[in-house]
Ligand binder design. Structure first.
Ligand code: ADP
Ligand code: MG
Length: 564
């Protein structure tokens, strides 16, 4: 089409724009970080596409981001010579939120400014954050490789509609022009813009350029020069040495690559040398994304080869149970034209995956040891995913077992805070097993009649009620030589925990009740496998147990629910 078309935003975008302008207002300078972050992504994408199609670079020229302002027009412009957008791409990428979990996100909004601001931050607003400070946003863009007269102009006032029309643009890439809202003139200052760029975008590996300004003593005003200067360090953060990187820079880099507004919980940065050479900078986020349980969701690690961005979402680089990790892996060995198929087969990738898993576990161990509150927060968000590792990563089983946390009768609350090592350290004299009970809910587990004898004897029992628990337990035989035993199974043998006189008494009682047991067996017939006199109950008259070799009742119910 050759004319201007007016299109409506997706309903969610309208809602989001409205919310964002009001909720993120106290943090409005982030718009610059978001736009620079997008410009940098666009340059990364071009560099990658140009590996196979060098003509996209249109005769070279350095990739760069330019930031400028016009006091008279009250505009700020962010330009890049990256990949650019076609008409369809602009409509799809700037008019919709194509993210899973969007509906859940909107359902969680409360109308409370502070809570909502946090949620919105977590969700990520990216490009739309321009509307916090601007009442008009223009995007002029030309896709790399398209002729100069095939550019597009996208325009919106953030009020529910946008227009898109054909345009001309000589240079490849995207210019974003913000016309500031009334009262936002503070941003029309070189000092202010540089300050924000240094604070939030110093780690961007593409140079960010601004025009030089000088104080003219005669005219007694600053004059803008034609010459430009680079305002960031413009080197890939992960290639710098650890001692040259501040925590603040690590945090800002995380927000850029993870598209998160919150600080990360922890990170690990290493250069690995030897048979396989790579650099890894891996982060644990503070909060689980909305779509953590979506099996098709994107994984978080970006793959670079010799500093060239190759792909997002390189799931081969970490085992699935560590899918909450975000970050960058830069390989010195893989070919630049590496595809997902090659990744699948590559021995280098296998080495990277194993090395990275070990690093992440090390980072978690460190947190569990030295920052217990942070680890508790981590466990609440990601503990259930980490449990998958018990079944998935036999090589690291011992380490993963130590990282698990459970609810138990000791604490009596649903909070999962007890490590197997804590349990082992508290075991009673003569106790050689770790006892647990599984149920569908914490309440059901902690009210299990099987617990009575354990409560009476003061023996701690782990209370398990997460969906993955049964599955996970099928992979654990013991912890540190102590067998894990379900208290709901079989002829529970308390071994040395039952004293001699008790044992004798029990034999006598069993003998005495034999006629009753026989009659019960006859009456129940095939409905049960066996009837036994039990000493595990204190208050309840009877309970159902499963044979030691059989599936637990909880697992039976789960399978039934799953239609098996
Ligand atoms: P995100 O960066 O998390 O994908 P944004 O809202 O920041 O979300 O941006 C939405 C999309 O718009 C980007 O994924 C990209 O496809 C497109 N986009 C934004 N800015 C640019 C740009 N400067 N050049 C090319 N594409 C861009
Ligand atoms: Mg973005």
């Amino acid at each position: 089409t050759n004319t201007t078309e007016t299109l409506g935003f997706q309903t969610e975008v309208k809602q989001l724009l409205h919310l964002m302008i009001h909720s993120l207002y106290s943090n409005k300078e982030i718009f610059l970080r978001e736009l620079v972050s997008n410009a940098s992504d666009a340059c990364d994408k071009l560099r990658f596409e140009a590996i196979d199609r060098p003509e996209l670079l249109e005769g070279g020229g350095e990739l760069a981001i330019h930031v400028g302002y016009d006091k008279a027009a009250r505009t700020i412009t962010i330009s890049d010579n990256g990949i650019g957008m076609t008409r369809d791409e602009a409509i799809a990428n700037l008019g919709t939120i194509a993210r899973s979990g969007t509906r859940e996100f909107f359902q969680q909004l409360t109308g409370d400014k502070q809570k909502d601001a946090q949620l919105i931050g977590q969700f990520g607003v990216g490009f739309y954050s321009s509307f916090i400070v601007a009442d008009k946003v223009e995007v002029l863009s030309r896709r790399a490789g398209a002729p100069a007269d095939q550019a597009i102009r996208w325009e919106s006032r953030g009020d529910g509609e946008f227009t898109i029309s054909p345009a001309e643009k000589t240079g490849r890439g995207t210019d974003i022009v913000l016309t500031l809202r009334e009262g936002e003139d503070d941003f029309l200052s070189s000092w202010k813009l540089r300050d924000i760029l240094r604070r939030y975008s110093d780690h961007i590996s593409i140079p960010i350029r601004m025009k030089k300004e000088e104080w003219d003593a005669e005219k007694s005003e600053t004059v803008v020069k034609d010459e430009e200067e680079t305002v960031n360090q413009a080197s890939a953060l992960w290639t710098r040495s650890k001692s040259d990187i501040t925590d603040e820079q690590y945090r800002e880099f995380y927000k850029h690559i993870a598209h998160d507004f919150e600080d990360p919980l922890a990170w690990t940065h290493n250069r690995v040398e030897g048979r396989s050479e790579y650099t890894q900078l891996l982060y644990v986020p503070k909060r689980a994304p909305f779509d953590l349980w979506d099996r098709n969701r994107k994984h978080g690690v970006k793959l670079y080869v010799k500093r060239v961005f190759i792909m997002d979402d390189a799931e081969q680089l970490l085992p699935a149970y560590l899918r909450f990790v975000r970050g960058v892996i830069d390989s010195a060995d893989l070919p630049l034209n590496v595809s997902r198929e090659i990744l699948q087969e590559s021995r280098d990738v296998k080495a990277i995956r194993e090395g990275s898993a070990k690093r992440v576990l090390g980072m978690l161990e460190d947190m569990a040891e030295n920052r217990k509150d942070d680890y508790a927060a981590f466990w609440t968000e990601f503990g259930q995913v980490l449990k998958e590792g018990v079944g998935e990563d036999a090589a690291n089983l011992e380490r993963i077992l130590k990282l698990l946390r459970f609810a138990s009768t000791q604490e009596g609350t649903p909070a999962q805070t007890v490590a197997l090592a804590d349990y082992a350290a508290r075991m009673k004299e003569g106790q050689d097993k770790i006892y647990y009970v599984t149920a569908e809910t914490f309440a059901a587990a902690s009210n299990s009649p099987h617990l009575e004898i354990f409560r009476k004897k003061g023996i701690e029992v782990l209370l398990l009620s997460d969906r993955v628990d049964e599955w996970m337990l099928s992979f654990i035989r013991d912890f540190d030589g102590k067998e894990l035993v379900s208290i709901a199974k079989g002829g529970l043998d308390l071994g040395a925990l039952a004293d001699e006189t008790e044992k004798k008494q029990q034999e006598e009682v069993s003998e005495e009740y034999k006629p009753v047991v026989d009659r019960l067996k006859e009456a129940l017939g095939d409905a049960v496998k066996d009837v036994r006199v039990t000493f595990r109950l204190v208050d309840s008259p009877a309970c159902v147990v499963v044979d030691s070799e059989d599936m637990s009742q909880h697992l039976q119910r789960l399978l039934k629910a799953a239609g098996q």
